[in-house]
Write a protein that binds this ligand. Structure first.
Ligand code: DQA
Length: 151
């Protein structure tokens, strides 16, 4: 729920499949920062700003969909999502975001547009407020700061 100044108060960060392996998974592509470090950094920023933040990771498409549906009931103001491989395959995840109508930023650690052709298609980008791709773990912080400054 937004407060009197209309600032986003409740932010949900969703991490898709295999992102639990960050730090050890193809570090030349995804970097060496772990998911725990990404979430910990965001938690610190949220605490400093008095924002409620929840971070959720799952390897299962249905669990990600359930979490997005739940976000609608929880009055989440904004979602930052890295759908990982589901970016390129999941109409169901797209539909869940469309159903909740919660604004979101799509984020990727790697630059998906500079990789294999099958990664260059996203089922999310046209619905996203914006897309951050290729800035590594820093991208999450940039997305979070954008949301804070948004009315
Ligand atoms: C990713 C890019 C996807 O193509 C890939 O399947 C991932 C991670 C990224 O953050 O760069 O798992 O979303």
């Amino acid at each position: 729920m937004k407060n009197g100044s209309n600032r986003c108060q409740n932010i949900l960060v969703i991490h898709g499949p295999n992102l639990n392996l960050l730090g050890i998974r193809e570090p030349s592509v995804y970097g060496t920062v772990t998911l725990e470090e990404i979430n910990g950094n965001l938690a610190k920023l949220a605490e400093k700003e008095g924002i409620s933040l929840d971070c959720f990771q799952s390897n299962a498409e249905g669990e990600l969909i359930d979490r997005i549906q739940q976000a609608g009931a929880e009055k989440i103001d904004f979602i930052i999502i890295n759908p990982a491989a589901y970016t390129h395959t999941s109409i169901a995840l797209r539909d869940a975001l469309a159903a909740t109508r919660i604004p979101f930023i799509e984020i990727h650690l790697s630059n998906i547009f500079a990789r294999e052709s099958f990664r260059q298609k996203s089922f999310f980008s046209d619905m996203a407020v914006g897309v951050i791709s290729g800035l590594g773990a820093k991208g999450y912080e940039l997305a979070f700061n954008y949301v804070l400054g948004r009315n």
